[in-house]
Ligand binder design. Structure first.
Ligand code: FAD
Length: 405
């Protein structure tokens, strides 16, 4: 009988796992089913572009059912409501899905409640962390263009996804300069990082100096080790400082695991993430794997204000490939060697140019000195990567991770 593999989540982690599994296992060896609450794959790294009006959601997303079917992978469009690791079943609103192997790739829940007023739908603060939130932010950016005023862009204590906040600060600066409105919009950048470019991974090469220089050059004030505590309609309050006037407050929240994982006995850590080993197997639950933002990763050292370890798209793909190969090896009766530590590549959009960062491994100490490079070509590379990634993913093909992000 074919082995039953269920994958919860249909984004970077879920799709990469499904495609990689099919490269190793034919339909006679394994049934593979992806369960996702969203029918569309969204290229999340482009959400800041949605927020500043440079992309529509349609341009950066596609329906996953067709590409998965072309790989003989089933698709269930349902919300996962719980996981029973004893019975080995995934509960959805439509019924239970039994598994022999389960890969949890359900990403995060934005813990917006960590900052009073963060919203975005029930408070004045904004965030680009999901498609609906980025769309809401887009309207707020349009309103700023009509009625300019001070802006705060930042990350809350405990945030782990700091890169997009830098991108939004630079993109807003660029947009306002093109509209000849920058002189009417003071921008302040607030980060829990102990220094710019820490990014939750202890910094990397000269990224700190690059970011300090570029923020100063563009007249963007900044504060590090900043603990944002409250957002009101016209200000952002930070621990130990006077409130900063702000008509547009964009603050990235700390992340937690989704409720279905957080509430499943024997599965989550206290934050709702999955504790995994070097193969991305759950440390306790038999047959369960976790990949992407859903997994628990300890912060890199202590910082005065908490900053968490980033789980980027590039890292998510590496985790998915390791997990898929491990499952295939176990089904074939082999034991797969655990791959080494994760590396990270990413391109930061700085409005009129990009900055490329390659770090290997992500956690210090590192074998290689991180590469930091800046120029217009990286912005072009980021746009080409987005198009190429979507083109491949929509055709059931996996992108080589080495191309960068
Ligand atoms: C604004 C922003 C910009 C970023 N920019 C970059 C970048 O430039 N480079 C980079 O490498 N990384 C970037 N990242 C990080 C990257 O997007 C994540 O690492 C990546 O999305 C993680 O993929 P994932 O599959 O783990 O989770 P997600 O992409 O969050 O996907 C989760 C999946 O699970 C599904 N799901 C959730 N809950 C349920 C449920 N209860 N039932 C069923 N399905 C469920 C969702 O529908 C979705 O399909 C960025 C992140 C953000 C938010």
């Amino acid at each position: 009988m074919a082995v039953r593999i269920v994958i919860a989540g249909g984004s970077f982690g879920g799709l990469t796992t499904a495609y990689e599994l099919r490269r190793h296992l034919g339909p006679d060896q394994a049934t593979i089913t992806v369960i996702s609450k969203d029918r569309r794959f969204v290229f999340v790294p482009s959400l800041p572009w949605v927020a500043v009006g440079r992309r529509s959601l349609e341009q950066i997303s596609f329906d996953v059912a067709g590409p998965l079917a072309s790989k003989h992978v089933g698709f269930v469009h349902q919300v996962v409501t719980g996981i029973d690791t004893e019975r080995k079943g995934v509960a959805t609103e439509g019924g239970e899905h039994p598994y022999d192997f389960l890969v949890v790739a359900t990403g995060h829940r934005s813990a917006n409640e960590a900052v009073e007023g963060l919203g975005p739908f029930d408070g004045p603060g904004h965030s680009p962390m999901s498609a609906p939130e980025a769309t809401e932010l887009r309207s707020a950016v349009q309103a700023l263009l009509e009625q300019p005023g001070p802006v705060v862009v930042g990350a809350a204590p405990g945030a782990s996804c700091i890169g997009p906040v830098y991108e939004l600060a630079f993109e807003l600066d660029h947009l306002l300069r093109r509209r000849k409105l920058r002189h009417r919009v003071p921008i302040t950048f607030l980060t829990p990082e102990p220094f710019l470019g820490h990014m939750g991974m202890g910094g990397a090469g000269k990224i700190r100096q690059l970011l300090e220089g570029r923020l100063e050059e563009r007249d963007i004030s900044y504060a590090t080790s900043a603990a944002v505590k409250r957002i009101t309609a016209d200000a952002v309050e930070v621990e130990g400082a006077s409130p900063l006037p702000s008509v547009l407050s964009i603050v990235i929240p700390p992340l937690a695991g989704i409720e279905a994982v957080a509430n499943s006995a024997g599965l989550p850590n206290p934050k709702g993430f999955l504790p995994v080993d070097a193969h991305y197997r759950h440390q306790v639950a038999d047959g369960v794997y976790g990949v992407g933002v859903a997994v628990a990763m300890a912060p890199v050292g202590d910082t005065p204000v908490p900053v968490n370890f980033p789980k980027t798209g590039h890292m998510t793909e590496q985790m998915a490939q390791i997990a898929a190969r491990d499952i295939a090896a176990r089904i074939a009766g082999r034991s797969e060697e655990a791959a080494g530590e994760l590396s990270a590549r990413c391109v930061l959009d700085m409005g009129d140019r990009g900055a490329y960062l390659a770090v290997d491994p992500v956690r210090p100490p590192r074998d290689a000195i991180p590469t930091v490079s800046e120029g217009r070509r990286w912005l072009l590379a980021k746009r080409v990567f987005e198009r190429t990634y979507l083109w491949h993913a929509e055709r059931g093909r996996r992108m080589p991770s080495t191309l960068g992000w």
